[in-house]
Design a protein around this ligand. Sequence first.
Ligand SMILES: Cc1cc2nc3c(=O)[nH]c(=O)nc-3n(C[C@H](O)[C@H](O)[C@H](O)COP(=O)(O)OP(=O)(O)OC[C@H]3O[C@@H](n4cnc5c(N)ncnc54)[C@H](O)[C@@H]3O)c2cc1C
Length: 322
Amino acid sequence: MTPLRVGIVGAGIAGLACAEKLTRQGHQVRLFERGRGAGGRMAARRLPTDIGTAHFDHGAQYFTVRDAAFRRRVESWVADGVVARWPSAGVDAHVGVPAMNAPLRRMVDPDSIRWSATVTQIERCGPGWRLGFDRDAAVEVDVAVVATPAERAAELLAPVAPDFAARARATRSEPCWTGMLAFAAPVAVTQDCWRGEEVIAWAARNNSKPGRVGPESWVVQAGPDWSRTHLEADPAWVLAILTKALSNRLGVGLPRLAGAASHRWRYARSGGEGSGAIFDRERRLGVCGDWLVGPRIEAAWRSGDALAERIGGDGGCDRRAP
Ligand SMILES: Cc1cc2nc3c(=O)[nH]c(=O)nc-3n(C[C@H](O)[C@H](O)[C@H](O)COP(=O)(O)OP(=O)(O)OC[C@H]3O[C@@H](n4cnc5c(N)ncnc54)[C@H](O)[C@@H]3O)c2cc1C
């Protein structure tokens, strides 16, 4: 099999799962990620406060494991100490250790990834593709893979694969306003996580997850309807509303706030297009991400893994011009 040069746009768990398998198959993989580090929507954030640095998983909170292949991957992360169970959220709840992005950091091959690299254009280049960037020089590859949220995929794919772009546009992500609250003392409740509707859909004591250090820290997520209604609101106003809602939800007064921040996820929870992954062998173009399966970490991993199987599984593409 001739090794292919595969360029993957986006180093979330879908892009990294795709990269891992293609690399194992002997292909030359390069990842391009607009962020400065691994995470995507499994991001983690530090917040300096007057009582020390607070840590938050401000995207995905935990993940469940159903698929046999994903279970094997998770077991290897557990053996490596970068994933553990978090019983507070349920018997099958797993989290990254010491932060949600830990398994992604483990998946990254530093030699094959370029950080702070936003792909702005995908254009034809012979039988393959040229990836254009906001700053750096363009890169030529045999196969292009788009592993971004659906809305971003639609933008990139529209000029070169309007049919793929239309599929991405047909699914819709939900937004999520998130509050990160660090307290000077523990909040006086015994339960570590709470599910609700509006305003607050989820609240959790982040420092109750395994391996966390630092001050008492809570993540508060607004529900999708509330987040959509207030998408363009002032972040400070959102933070004040979420803090008040947390106190009401828990039914206790909150300790002194040592630090706080908010984050607006415009595309938090994806839809579920249902096809698993998209690959067109003739066009040498692939697409993966949670939105092709469902709004979960496991779904994103399965999509990336499935795409790699389709690109490389039956001999890949012929590198000669078709
Ligand atoms: C607030 C929130 C709560 C969630 N809670 C849970 C939960 O509890 N359990 C669960 O299972 N799932 C949860 N999810 C969903 C889960 O995080 C996602 O399903 C999963 O992480 C998606 O992975 P992905 O690789 O498909 O996409 P992403 O993680 O979004 O990765 C895509 C990557 O592409 C990069 N990118 C985008 N455009 C470009 C470009 N033009 N050039 C270069 N790079 C680009 C992005 O920076 C990003 O790193 C939650 C998500 C959010 C935001």
